[in-house]
Design a protein around this ligand. Structure first.
Ligand code: ACO
Length: 357
């Protein structure tokens, strides 16, 4: 029988901690702010217009525009996968932040359409960026994934565990779209957005308030039935079209309006702010009518609600961060402005963050 003590001693003698491991506590636990240092996004080159969809589905530009506000969307090439868009978005965010990839302590990738079930897309991104000191994990919360990711990242920064975190929202929904189902195919699209968060001692800036919620009892209103351990891939699962997104659109619509309005109210209450203090609300871009109904419920003017759904349609967990990057780079928001990002999605999940830029 091998001598266990000798084996353990031997393993201890050859084990050397990796230089600059991301997991160590670098900052004392005094409550740091998570401040946005850079943002970036990337979408596929291929544009699919409503007119293009008219040619393959029983639909019309008029119906899609009136019912959703969407005019065109970006669709990945057959060879492209989530990490391709995620890496480009991340590189842009890192460049703006002036942060070398080796400085990242953690990478969170919010996605339900990663490159493959495992390894995580976050690990693929970590390798491709050369972020050798970063821990990496995927986070699945449907279209709310980016908000869940930001909230998670904020905890690591506030506790002093990590100093620099990359949060990415990426989806390649076109690969799980049933292109024969007009009720979902016109809505879904591809893209990625990324943010670099840094610890800051200025308590007045960065993520000020967060709120997350979920209601699993509505899981079957928005889901992909097969490909997991319940229904693994088989000839039957493919023939029954179970590897595509299924959605009960009208049920989701009502919950989305109510939940997003509720999130905005809660964030304002938490931060003791009024709606007038908020420069811009950046909602998940799922349907212009959902966004308008939410604004109406809140008595919030649409001039202070960001909309880019006409260009990119529903990119799920990428939508709010793509919108934030566009809002920042176009000058709609500036440093010190207060913004709210709010989303809902599969799970069902919903949530929001209030940020002073
Ligand atoms: N073109 C033409 N007609 C269509 C289309 C289309 N693309 N899609 C549906 N229709 C038809 C329906 O068949 C129905 O016809 P019928 O009355 O003869 O039965 C009619 O239009 C009305 O259908 P509704 O479903 O009532 O249309 P509604 O106004 O509710 O809009 C929509 C549907 C756009 C799906 C809306 O319900 C919605 O946006 N829901 C929320 C979707 C969402 O946000 N999902 C979550 C994000 S997806 C994700 O997480 C990845």
């Amino acid at each position: 029988m091998p001598d266990i003590i000798n084996i353990v001693n031997y393993l201890n003698s050859i084990w050397k901690p990796q230089e600059q491991q991301g997991g160590e506590n670098r900052l004392p636990n005094i409550g740091y702010s998570a401040v946005i240092a850079g943002t970036g996004f990337d979408v596929p080159e291929r544009v699919l217009t409503n007119e293009d969809l008219e040619k393959i589905l029983d639909t019309s530009d008029e119906w899609i525009t009136e019912r959703t506000g969407m005019k065109e969307r970006r669709i990945a090439a057959p060879t492209e996968a989530a990490s391709d868009f995620a890496c480009r978005a991340a590189q842009r965010a890192l460049e703006e932040a002036g942060v070398p990839a080796e400085e990242l302590d953690l990478i969170i990738v919010a996605t339900v359409t990663g490159d493959m079930p495992f390894p995580s897309t976050a690990c693929i991104v970590q390798d491709r960026l050369g972020a050798r000191n970063a821990a990496a994990m995927d986070l699945g919360a449907g279209c709310s994934g980016f908000i869940y990711g930001l909230t998670t990242a904020r905890q690591f920064i506030a506790t002093g565990t990590y100093r620099t975190i990359l949060v990415i929202g990426v989806e390649v929904l076109s690969k799980i779209t049933d292109w024969t189902d007009r009720s979902t195919a016109v809505l879904l699209a591809d893209g990625a957005g990324a943010v670099v968060l840094r610890a800051d001692q200025n308590q007045g800036r960065g993520i000020i308030a967060t709120y997350l919620a979920a209601d699993g009892s509505h899981g079957n209103d928005l889901y992909m039935p097969a490909g997991g351990s319940r229904i693994p891939a088989s000839i039957e699962s493919v023939q029954q079209r179970l590897h595509y997104l299924k959605m009960n659109g009208s049920a989701i619509f009502k919950i989305a309006v109510r939940s997003m309005a509720d999130v905005v109210k809660r964030l304002l209450d938490q931060a003791r702010l009024r709606a007038e203090d908020i420069k811009l609300v950046i909602p998940h871009q799922a349907n212009l009518r959902i966004i308008e109904a939410m604004a109406k419920l809140l008595n919030f003017p649409m001039e202070r609600v960001f909309v880019n759904i006409q260009k990119y349609a529903n990119t799920s967990s990428a939508s709010t961060i793509i919108a934030l990057d566009e809002a920042r780079k176009s000058g709609r928001v500036r440093q010190n402005d207060l913004i709210i990002m709010v989303a809902f999605g599969a799970g069902l999940t919903w949530g929001g963050v209030l940020i002073r830029l």
